[in-house]
Design a binder for this molecule. Structure first.
Ligand code: HEC
Length: 130
């Protein structure tokens, strides 16, 4: 009995972490509504309050043409991989832990996403924009 429960727990845990790792781009598109007030994502679309995010995963930070970044972001040397993007859209504590306290000099004002699944799905969606 105990063994059976253990196996089921183990199985559902690994299934869960698998789907969390892969991310669901459709769900991520919905999460992106929180970003859409400030960011366009279509190729060649205008910058809004924030820069256009088409092709952002894998790109260097602060290099989109025609957008006036904060000095902090421009000089940050960040590359937008999964890890950096996760920290960027997280709550303040995790964001500061990853980028250092000077991250507050960035121009992006965003409260941060609370749920890890939301972030994984959002990144899966951003990866489709290329
Ligand atoms: C209230 C407006 C606002 C919201 C909401 C917002 N952003 Fe931003 N974002 C900005 C601004 C402004 C910048 C430029 C930051 C700077 O120059 O320091 C920025 C910069 C960025 C960058 C860096 C781009 C580059 O070229 O280096 C990324 C990535 C990003 N935002 C992702 C997101 C995501 C994902 C969301 C939603 C979870 C989001 N932002 C929500 C305003 C916003």
């Amino acid at each position: 009995m105990f063994k059976k429960i253990f196996m089921i727990t183990l199985l559902s845990f690994s299934l869960h972490s698998f789907s969390a790792n892969a991310g669901d781009a459709e769900k991520g598109k919905k999460v992106f509504k929180k970003c859409a007030a400030c960011h366009n994502v279509a190729a060649g679309a205008a910058h809004k309050t924030g820069p256009n995010l088409w092709g952002i995963i894998g790109a260097k930070a602060g290099v989109q043409d025609g957008y006036k970044y904060s000095d902090w972001l421009k000089g940050s040397g960040i590359e937008w991989n999964d890890e950096a993007m996760t920290a960027w859209v997280s709550k303040k504590k995790a964001k500061t832990a990853y980028f250092g306290k000077d991250v507050k000099k960035s121009k992006m004002i965003f409260a941060g996403l609370r749920k890890p699944d939301q972030i994984t799905n959002l990144i899966a969606y951003l990866k489709t924009l290329k």
